[in-house]
Design a protein around this ligand. Structure first.
Ligand code: C2O
Ligand code: CU
Length: 513
């Protein structure tokens, strides 16, 4: 979806950038991030008399080749990798992770000190890690203001008391999240459980996370992050790269056996959405979305993922021995699967049903919060920033659901673009999207619907944690605020929007006793 033209202009890059058409396709093997290993056990106050597996994850500067023909790129990564190691966890098996800031004290990407939380009095290099989609206590959620500088760390507790799902971890530092993630601070966090295991889905080496993003690179290999024409206010409304990366490589290939594979597609891009399909009209079987399995596999020719959304798919290469298939983004090959002539493979069919997903009845909600997504314009009508419900991060907290209560939130999108809206702590269901009269809203702040409510399509009918709120629509979600009381956040997952100032704290109040 093209962004509107009324935005502050992007400055022309001062250095020549790499043109994707100049790069040879499918010359690098697809990296599969290593599995994170615990380095011991430690006590935790929540588990008297017991020790939990303890992981130590250092964020470090390093260099990596993103493509055979591109000079090494300076990056920041967890354990010196981009993407970082994959956490393999099981439901009901808690663990501890110490997130260590071992980065240099200077940032290498353009900080905008006008942005709230990134003023001149704040250190340049600050980090705090959030596991996206994890139900954790507030003090382990990576609250954006809980950042810390190089030489410091945070020890977080993850109970993993939630259904099997493909989660991911990333930086969340106030006002510079977009830069820290662009620098490479992302990784996969998988939760498994016995129910999912019983389904006999492809596992082990046949179950691969595919972390998707895009970047701009200078000819010398350096990351290029776009800036505005005003050097004193470099922030830009969006950052769309021209080079797609799969697990940190540009146009890689992967050798596969003639059998089904499970791929966990994760969009970790700053602003870009992925529009995925397979060459030769092959299809995906989508089995999961953000928060785990769908109720049944869905055959899909095309999968669109907004930033932070996930899709678990099974691709069956059984009938393709000796052939190759490409994963396409907007009809261009970004990853090539080379199917070997033989393998140890099985061709077991997918189960017809995956799990039962009881629908939350929106009528059971104790309240519906109507929340706008707004664009703030300058005197010339140029968009300056995006807000949630007209409020800034620093405004008093207004969303204060009670623990275990059910609420619906209705996102009234007054802007010209779709925004991926994410709530920490909870999983939710999409109730519906419904077109409304923008003029009636602007005139008297009343919701006048102009068409019927549209229920989510089947691929959006599972458990979600990020929802595309379309322009001109009211997007309604329903959730139960399960988890510990405390202060969390909700925000747009376009990282440029999130940083300035499309993010709000919210508080879960203790349940009435
Ligand atoms: Cu993916 Cu607030 O995060
Ligand atoms: Cu947004």
């Amino acid at each position: 979806m093209p962004m509107r033209s009324s935005m502050p202009k992007l400055a022309a890059p001062k250095v020549p950038l790499i043109n994707p058409t100049s790069l040879a396709r499918f010359v690098d093997p697809l990296p599969v991030p290593p599995i994170a290993r615990s380095v011991g056990h430690r006590a935790h106050p929540a588990y008297p008399g017991r020790e939990l597996p303890y992981y130590r994850m250092e964020m470090r500067a390093f260099k990596a080749r993103l493509h055979r023909d591109v000079p090494p790129t300076p990056l920041w990564g967890y354990d010196g990798l981009f993407p970082g190691p994959t956490f393999e966890t099981r439901r009901g098996e808690p663990l501890l992770i110490e997130w260590v800031n071992a980065l240099p004290t200077q940032h290498f990407l353009p900080i905008d000190h006008n942005i709230h939380g990134a003023e001149h009095d704040k250190p340049d290099v600050r980090v705090v890690t959030h596991v996206h989609g994890a139900r954790v206590q507030a003090d382990a959620d990576g609250y954006p203001e809980d950042w810390y500088t190089p030489g410091h760390s945070a020890l977080y507790h993850y109970p993993n008391a939630q259904d099997a799902a493909t989660l991911w971890y990333h930086d969340h530092a106030m006002g510079i999240t977009r830069l820290n993630i662009y620098a490479g601070l992302v990784g996969t966090f998988i939760v498994r459980d016995a129910e999912e295991q019983a389904l006999g889905l492809p596992t082990g080496e046949y179950d691969i996370p595919l972390v998707l993003c895009d970047r701009l690179l200078a000819q010398d290999g350096q990351l290029y992050y776009p800036v505005s024409e005003d050097p004193s206010a470099p922030w830009v409304m969006q950052c769309n790269g021209n080079l797609p990366l799969c697990n940190g490589k540009i146009f890689p290939y992967v050798e596969v056996e003639p059998r089904p594979y499970r791929l966990r597609l994760i969009n970790v891009a700053n602003t870009s959405f992925f529009d995925l399909s397979l060459s030769h009209d092959h299809v995906f079987q989508q089995i999961g979305s953000d928060q785990g399995l769908l109720s049944a596999p869905l055959e899909r020719a095309r999968i669109e993922l907004y930033p932070a959304e996930r899709a678990d798919v099974v691709i069956d290469f059984s009938a393709l021995a000796g052939k190759s298939v490409q994963l396409l983004h907007q009809a261009q090959g970004i990853l090539e699967f080379r199917v070997k002539n033989s393998g140890r493979g099985t061709t077991a069919a997918l189960p017809a049903a995956l799990r039962n997903i009881p629908r939350i009845d929106p009528a059971s909600a104790v309240r519906d919060r109507v929340l706008t997504l707004n664009e703030v314009d300058d005197a010339n009508g140029n968009a300056m920033m995006m807000l949630l419900d007209g409020k800034h991060w620093s405004d008093p907290i207004t969303e204060n659901p009670r623990q275990n209560s059910i609420e619906t939130w209705s996102f009234v999108n007054l802007t010209g673009d779709a925004h991926p809206i994410h709530l920490h702590l909870v999983r939710f269901q999409i109730v519906d999207r419904r077109p409304f009269d923008l003029f009636a809203w602007n005139a008297h702040r009343t919701l006048k619907y102009t068409g019927p409510a549209e229920p989510p399509p089947p691929h959006e009918a599972g458990w979600k944690d990020t929802v595309r709120a379309d322009p001109g629509m009211v997007t309604r979600i329903a959730m139960r605020f399960e988890g510990e009381p405390g202060r969390y956040v909700w925000h747009c997952h376009f990282l440029e929007h999130e940083d300035n100032d499309m993010m709000r704290p919210y508080v879960v109040l203790p349940a009435h006793s």
